[in-house]
Write a protein that binds this ligand. Structure first.
Ligand SMILES: *Cc1c(COP(=O)(O)O)cnc(C)c1O
Length: 395
């Protein structure tokens, strides 16, 4: 008999009832150190008092009005994001997938409005993840996500990851209208695009007029120690998707764009019932106010330095378990020499939550404000998890 929840998830049998900062407490009172933060979502930890206050204050005033009317908090959040980034304009969504969906629509509309409707091709990269809608799985293209769901939305060309020559060649196609890429692949295994390749992509887009679309749903919102990961490369996108951390656990996403890139999106061309509603934007504003300061971002980098140093030491101490450390800031990965699922399980056995990714990697995506003592505790638990595997190598 089919379960009452559609069985598309494989879940660990952990029953959490409460969260506090970097800790999750299950129904038996067992405390787990959470280095996954709901897959980079709980950017300020669980039950953050500022976010609880922002949410409950708004909840007592106004939840939802629809986008038929101006929404004060939505306007304030848009203004703040425009101040802090390359963008001239923002559209709010409930998820990363919806932001990616709009990015694809916006790129196509841009070219059709410019009188070059043939420029529908969007270059994407192997190992990418842009969400689970029909357009997003077509964009990423992996068989695991697309099998059986055809016919797929056409117009995507999937390029190998980290192959500048293949990219340069693909850009010769005159129908290319946009390039869509995660500066650091999250689901794909914490694979960072080298900064010089990101700059080369920007230059190639400038040369042909193609739009550069960056998916910062996982790597953005302060996770790398800059507000957005692309800032490290000194480039700006034309369009960028944001979600996960921006809501701190409330479902919120955003599409940010330059005025030029957004020029095709006139009244009536797109919409969302819930997107940008007062509750979500009240929380988003509180998150952005906290994360979008140089002091906070410097702290992320400092904590990331501690974490990275500890992880490098773990790789040295457990060379049969770990191969290398990957990532930037607090979007970190450990490439494993044993199946990553074993590490995740050994983590559970140590009351530690870590997240698997493709390419046999485990991800560490802690709250950006994780206290130093929790970093140390997490490293100690990871060390013990690795020791469990060494003690039972063939388990
Ligand atoms: C999670 C993720 C998405 C999809 O976001 P949802 O909120 O799950 O729809 C898209 N792109 C990237 C890079 C992601 O990590």
């Amino acid at each position: 008999m089919i379960p009452s929840i559609l069985p598309t998830y494989t879940r660990a049998p952990l029953h959490f009832v409460k969260g506090e900062g970097s800790w999750l407490i299950d129904r038996d009172g067992r405390r787990f150190l959470d280095l996954g933060a709901g897959i980079a979502v709980n950017a300020l930890g669980h039950a953050n008092p500022d976010l609880v206050a922002a949410l409950t204050e708004q909840a007592g005033m106004l939840w939802h009005t629809s986008n038929l009317y101006p929404i004060e908090r939505q306007q304030a959040l848009a203004d703040r994001l425009v101040d802090l980034t390359f963008a001239d304009t923002a559209f709010f969504t409930n998820s990363g997938t919806e932001a990616c969906e709009l990015a694809i629509k916006m790129a196509r509309k841009y070219w059709s409005a410019k009188g070059e409707p043939e420029r529908t091709t969007i270059l994407t990269f192997e190992g990418a993840f842009h969400g689970r809608s029909s357009a997003a799985i077509a964009a990423a293209g992996s068989a695991k996500m697309t099998d059986g769901f055809g016919p797929l939305l056409p117009g995507f060309v999937h390029l190998p990851f980290g192959a500048p020559e293949a990219f340069a060649e693909a850009m010769q196609d005159p129908t290319v209208g946009a390039v869509m890429i995660e500066p650091i692949q999250g689901e794909g295994g914490i694979r960072a695009v080298p900064e010089d390749f990101l700059r080369a992509i920007r230059a190639a887009c400038d040369a042909t007029g193609a739009l550069l679309i960056l998916d910062e749903v996982q790597c953005g919102m302060g996770r790398t120690g800059r507000l957005f990961a692309h800032e490290w490369a000194g480039i700006d996108p034309d369009i960028m998707m944001v979600a996960k951390g921006i809501g701190g656990g409330f479902p919120l996403g955003a599409l940010l764009a330059t005025e030029a890139a957004a020029s095709g999106m006139t009244a009536g061309t797109h919409g969302s019932t819930y997107g940008g509603n007062p509750l979500g934007c009240a929380v988003g504003l509180a998150v952005v106010e906290r994360i979008g300061t140089p002091e906070f971002l410097d702290e992320v980098s400092r904590k990331a330095g501690r974490m990275r140093q500890g992880l490098e030491a773990l790789v040295g101490a457990h060379p049969d378990v770990f191969e290398e450390v990957r990532g930037v800031g607090l979007i970190l990965g450990l490439k494993c020499r044993v199946p990553n699922a074993r590490l995740v399980q050994a983590g559970y056995d140590e009351d530690l939550l870590i997240v698997p990714a493709a390419d046999n990697v485990i991800r560490l995506l802690p709250a950006l404000n994780i206290p130093d003592e929790d970093i140390a505790e997490g490293l100690a638990r990871l060390d013990r998890a690795a020791a469990r595997i060494e003690a039972a190598p063939d388990a």
